[in-house]
Write a protein that binds this ligand. Structure first.
Ligand code: ATP
Length: 516
């Protein structure tokens, strides 16, 4: 998978109004992006599909829209004030800041890629008889690299577990890791850096007025657990779903909208009876993978990745990873969070956050299984898989976004073949026929071929072309139009009154929800 493809996706997103760098006229703001006229539609459609799949398909899941600002003690209780840190190190020569863990992990990855190169070389040398597994377990050079990588890895793991930052720096020094910019090994000490953004509330300037921009939406759900349970008369198990902005002062904020400082999450916390959490964890893993599969991408693009080292609050956790242009990376997290959050909020607030279970005739703090997906990452997964440059039969090329039709920003383009002879008027009638259900674009500028290309590039599933026959009452094609399908480029002639049904059939969210 090439860097070029990723660069093309970024420039395509900008060129067609999907994503712009934030405040671009001031040269942008690092790891912050704005969604343009088409991006906002695609994002809204993804959000809507997620939301409906939670709240319409599950009678026991309800929504919530909590504020971004929360009482500061929330973040003490959740552990974010004390533990939401990245270990940082600066290079004194380049003045560049790095995540110490990323430097070490990259170093280990380099050693691992040396192993792969050795194996590739040997495979070429030995030809068909080559046994890669055997070579890996016996070749002295490969074994030496493996030992080195494992040693660094285990030293690093122990250092992190013991929060031993001096040792983390020592590993960087022992591995002779250099700054990629200055090439020097002139490093500062490693220190912890909290990822939460803080600001002041009201006019108080001392510490008491410090509040945080939420680093995850989940806590708004936990603190409202009883409000929703009581007012909604919810019975366990039940879920609360929420979409909204979250903020993290990410240090290594590269990779476009994969890692942003301001992003949007779609989270659902499912409150269950203690002891049943593993069963729900397994069932939510399946439900969420089904949702991803409904995008129609190959199953090989997704995989589960179980967490080996669990967060302090979890008793099981995994990621759904997607194969982005830069490799398999986390798209969604599914976590069994035990009763950690609710219990901790009980302790910090002094309020009971318990559920009275009529069947058990007792109160308990429920356990929580959560599904948490980044809306922006989902957006990136979609466009990076959908974006293709195709070479056509005549040797020309076209850029096409093969987005799932039900998520595409524009569902149909209405194109009069020429801008005279009454064709624009007929095209406008078709706009009127469709626009109350779907976002449609009317376009009469440039040749029809160019207009098709523009629509392919933004992922419009249908181009509807109005020609002279459509308005010629003596023609057998009177009141018919051609409809062109984005992916196959096939065209068919259909009667105008059939259009709403044809478009609806292909772009209906309802149909997708039924398939889940
Ligand atoms: P990562 O390991 O990539 O930093 P995480 O494990 O910290 O992610 P979670 O806290 O589990 O992420 O958040 C849930 C989801 O929110 C992630 O699966 C991801 O899709 C999204 N997400 C997290 N951080 C960011 C970010 N900086 N930019 C965009 N999306 C994010």
């Amino acid at each position: 998978m090439s860097e070029d493809l990723f660069k093309n996706i970024i420039s395509h997103s900008k060129e067609y109004g999907f994503i712009f760098p934030s405040s671009e006229i001031y040269d942008g703001l690092s790891a912050v992006y704005d969604y343009g006229q088409l991006g906002v539609e695609l994002k809204k459609n993804i959000r809507e599909y997620w939301w409906k799949s939670m709240t319409l398909l599950h009678e026991n899941i309800v929504g919530l829209d909590a504020a971004i600002f929360m009482h500061p003690t929330t973040w003490k209780a959740s552990g974010h004030i004390d533990a939401f840190n990245d270990p940082l190190i600066d290079n004194k020569d380049s003045k560049k800041r790095y995540r110490a863990d990323v430097l070490i992990e990259d170093h280990i990855a380099k050693i691992e890629s040396k192993i792969e190169k050795e194996i590739e070389k040997a495979a070429k040398r030995f030809g068909e008889t080559f046994d890669a597994a055997m070579y890996r377990s016996t070749n002295p050079r490969v074994l030496e690299y493996q030992k080195k990588a494992e040693e660094i890895n285990s030293r690093f793991k122990t250092a992190l577990e013991n929060n031993n930052l001096t040792e983390v720096k020592q590993i960087i020094e022992d591995c002779e890791i250099v700054c990629p910019i200055s090439g020097s090994r002139n490093w500062t000490d490693v220190r912890q850096f909290n990822l939460m953004f803080s600001t002041q509330m009201g006019s108080v300037s001392e510490d008491a007025g410090t509040i945080y921009l939420r680093p995850e939406t989940a806590q708004g759900i936990f603190v409202n657990f009883l409000n929703v349970q009581k007012t909604g008369r919810m019975k366990i198990p039940f879920g609360i779903a929420q979409t909204g902005k979250a903020f993290r002062n990410e240090i290594v904020a590269r990779q476009f909208i994969f890692r942003m400082r301001e992003f949007e999450q779609m989270e659902m916390q499912y409150f269950v009876k203690p002891g049943t959490e593993m069963q729900w964890y397994t069932s939510w893993k399946e439900t969420r993978m089904k949702w991803h599969s409904s995008m129609g991408f190959p199953a090989s693009k997704y995989r589960f990745h179980d967490h080996i080292k669990l967060a302090h609050y979890a008793n099981a956790a995994c990621d759904i990873e997607f194969e982005f242009p830069f490799g398999f990376k986390e798209l969604e997290g599914i976590h069994s969070r035990t009763d950690f959050d609710l219990k901790s909020h009980e302790q910090h607030s002094g309020k009971k956050l318990q559920y009275f279970d009529p069947e058990e005739n007792k109160s308990y703090v429920p356990y929580v299984v959560e599904t948490s997906i980044g809306l922006d990452r989902m957006f990136l997964a979609l466009i990076s898989h959908a974006y293709k440059t195709e070479t056509l039969e005549d040797g020309s090329t076209r850029d096409v976004l093969s987005l799932p039709a039900f998520l595409a920003p524009v569902k149909a383009a209405i194109l009069p073949l020429v801008k005279k002879d009454g064709l624009p008027e007929k095209a406008s009638e078709i706009m009127e026929l469709l626009k109350f259900d779907h976002l449609c674009q009317y376009d009469e500028k440039d040749s029809i071929g160019k207009r098709y290309r523009r629509q392919d590039a933004i992922g419009t599933p249908f181009c509807i072309t109005v020609d002279h026959d459509a308005i010629d009452s003596s023609s057998s094609n009177y009141n018919t139009v051609t409809i062109r399908h984005r992916d196959t480029m096939q065209q068919e002639r259909v009667s105008i009154d059939q259009l709403p049904a044809i478009v609806e059939e292909k772009v209906s969210i309802k149909k997708m929800l039924r398939s889940l």
